[in-house]
Write a protein that binds this ligand. Structure first.
Ligand SMILES: Nc1ncnc2c1ncn2[C@@H]1O[C@H](COP(=O)(O)OP(=O)(O)OP(=O)(O)O)[C@@H](O)[C@H]1O
Length: 582
């Protein structure tokens, strides 16, 4: 457990936790001492000379005041520690997650991570603030009570001591039962959370296909599974908790019986018996509370284990020493192989060169790996074989900042941050002047959009840019790329057709963005393909043909066939359009 804590919380916070535990244990011990003082106090009070009780009253008062002060300090420290812990955990998760390869963030993990960083961290914080003290009381107070009883009557103390392992065994048994169902319930809850997020996010698509909550099968199945697990938790959990409570009560009854037998035998007086019974109650009560605390403690432990898994995921390795920044800006892929981890090979010994200042177009059938090539250059993933170089430097020898400062990326799925239009453009280069930001905006014709909006450049774009149209989002993202002024441009051309206004604006911005740059373009427009300095035709993760448009047409191979199909398709589109107009 300690190793798990150190891994997840870090050394400093684990030491902090030990200090909080120490204060809580001290408070619990003082509470035990106060209870123990009841024995001589009650014995004197119920005996022949009640005045002899006064010194014990004073001792009890002193122990109670000391307990109050220490318990208050323990509570304050516990709460302060809990707040620090929340911050630390969020930082640790954040720092680690930003260094993970993008391959780590598949749909399921993202949902689970959200739950872990939100609900999970709160659970651990609550455990630190509200669980440690009662837990110490549950174990330390009874221990002090047993020790005190030894001073008074060793037979009763022994009976309590025997009762402790019985209760401990029952506690472990009920805990084991519960933790199995806890794990299953948690997995079911995480799956339901994922499906709910998916259901909420993809409402347009679901509605378009007439899917309501009832017939969204995945969500429905997840909800059913969660319900079943919740019922199983009750089925298994209730006997566990009841069994533990029974064991505790049995122990108490045994002590009670023994005390009564001893009192009847005359070896213990009535006053002592009452005192010892009070102690016995104080002995079993905190142990009973342990059963309820156990559930929350197990959940906190489960959360720590899941956090441990996240923190154990290998980050994208960063170079030990920083390589000098490349002077030239060509791209080279040498014998690059890659798969997404599902056993399928996506790129298979791929060789590709984009000389500095040239434009290479990647074409090929859908799924041939064109987008994957751009992702490996941007090091969203590391190639499993071969080398990817930018400006002659292996991308693995460059820090993320170095590599990203070289690249401007324009991908199909544009994401805008939920800020203003201006803020989104500025994200391309934070230290750009206002004039530079506006200039980039003007080139991508974002000014035409801001003129229409009441807040102009300060108009908010909504989450992911939802307040703008698809074409408008692309224009803002292009302005962002333009502002970056990176020497290497990776471009995944949009496949979807845009209206004439957006199309013209985007083309104009792209012309500026790619002029005199090293450009690798996943090309879909025939003009882009034809205008490239070199075309690489990809099939099954390899470059099967390369050359200029004319050379490849003359070759009469895969590219020529592809070109023929595309031309025919665009001919059909043109014909269809002129027919509808006519
Ligand atoms: N994140 C991912 N996880 C698993 N497999 C993936 C992932 N992204 C792509 N693939 C798979 O890798 C293969 C290549 O995909 P890629 O997107 O590179 O192809 P593409 O040539 O760009 O296709 P398209 O022209 O349709 O965009 C495909 O079979 C695809 O299913």
């Amino acid at each position: 457990m300690n190793a798990l804590l150190t891994r997840v919380l870090g050394r400093e916070q684990t030491e902090g936790l030990h200090r909080v535990l120490l204060w809580a244990a001290l408070a619990a011990a003082l509470q035990g001492v106060a209870y123990a003082l009841l024995v001589p106090l009650l014995t004197r009070l119920l005996g022949d000379d009640p005045d002899a009780a006064w010194p014990w009253v004073a001792a009890l008062a002193a122990a109670t005041v000391a307990y109050g002060a220490v318990a208050f300090t323990a509570a304050v420290r516990g709460n302060r520690f809990s707040a620090d812990l929340g911050r630390t955990l969020h930082h640790r998760i954040g720092d680690h997650v930003v260094a993970l390869p993008l391959g780590w963030f598949d749909g399921e993990r993202t949902g689970a991570l959200g739950q872990l960083a939100g609900q999970g961290v709160v659970q651990v914080m609550n455990a630190a603030a509200n669980l440690l003290r009662p837990l110490c009381i549950a174990f330390v107070t009874p221990a002090v009570v047993v020790l005190a009883t030894f001073a008074f009557d060793w037979r009763l103390a022994l009976a309590m001591l025997v009762a402790a392992p019985v209760a401990a065994v029952a506690y472990r048994w009920s805990g084991r039962l519960m933790s199995r169902v806890d794990r299953q319930s948690h997995a079911a809850a995480a799956e339901t959370a994922d499906r709910l997020v998916e259901f909420a996010r993809h409402q347009p698509a679901l509605r378009a296909f007439g899917r309501t909550a009832e017939d969204h099968e995945l969500l429905d199945a997840a909800l059913r599974e969660q319900h079943a697990k919740a019922r199983a938790a009750v089925r298994v959990g209730v006997p566990g908790i009841a069994g533990f409570a029974l064991a505790v009560q049995l122990c108490f009854t045994c002590v009670l019986l023994l005390g009564t037998v001893l009192a009847l035998g005359g070896s213990v007086g009535a006053g002592e018996l009452i005192a010892v019974l009070v102690l016995a109650v104080r002995f079993v009560e905190p142990m009973g509370a342990a059963a309820e605390l156990g559930g929350s403690l197990r959940m906190a432990r489960g959360t720590l284990e899941r956090l441990d898994e996240v923190l154990a995921a290998d980050p994208l390795p960063q170079p030990a020493t920083t390589a000098p920044l490349p002077e030239t800006y060509g791209i080279e892929l040498d014998g690059v192989s890659f798969g997404y981890g599902d056993g399928r090979t996506v790129l298979d010994g791929l060789d590709l060169r984009v000389p500095a200042g040239h434009t290479v177009a990647l074409v090929g059938p859908s799924g041939s790996g064109k987008t994957t090539v751009t992702r490996l250059i941007a090091r969203f993933w590391d190639a499993t074989g071969g080398t990817v170089r930018v400006g002659g430097a292996d991308v693995r020898d460059l820090t993320t900042d170095q590599l990203m400062s070289r690249l401007a990326m324009v991908f199909q799925d544009v994401y805008l941050f939920a800020g203003t239009i201006e803020g989104n453009i500025r994200a391309g280069r934070e230290d750009a002047t206002d004039e530079e930001v506006r200039e980039a905006g003007r080139i991508a014709r974002v000014d035409e959009i801001t003129e229409r909006l009441p807040d102009g450049w300060a108009a908010r774009v909504g989450e992911g840019g939802a307040a703008l149209s698809g074409g408008e989002r692309q224009r803002v993202s292009l302005a962002r790329a333009l502002l970056k002024r990176a020497p290497v441009v990776l471009l995944d051309e949009a496949t979807s057709a845009l209206d004439a206004e957006n199309e013209a604006a985007i083309q104009q911005a792209l012309d500026v963005l790619t002029a005199d740059r090293t450009v690798l373009v996943v090309a879909h427009r025939l003009d882009t393909v034809r205008g490239a300095d070199l075309i690489a035709f990809l099939e099954d993760g390899r470059v099967v043909e390369r050359g200029t448009h004319e050379e490849l047409l003359a070759l009469g191979g895969r590219y020529a066939a592809f070109w023929g199909e595309r031309e025919q398709a665009s001919g059909w589109r043109l014909a269809a359009r002129s027919q509808t107009r006519g």
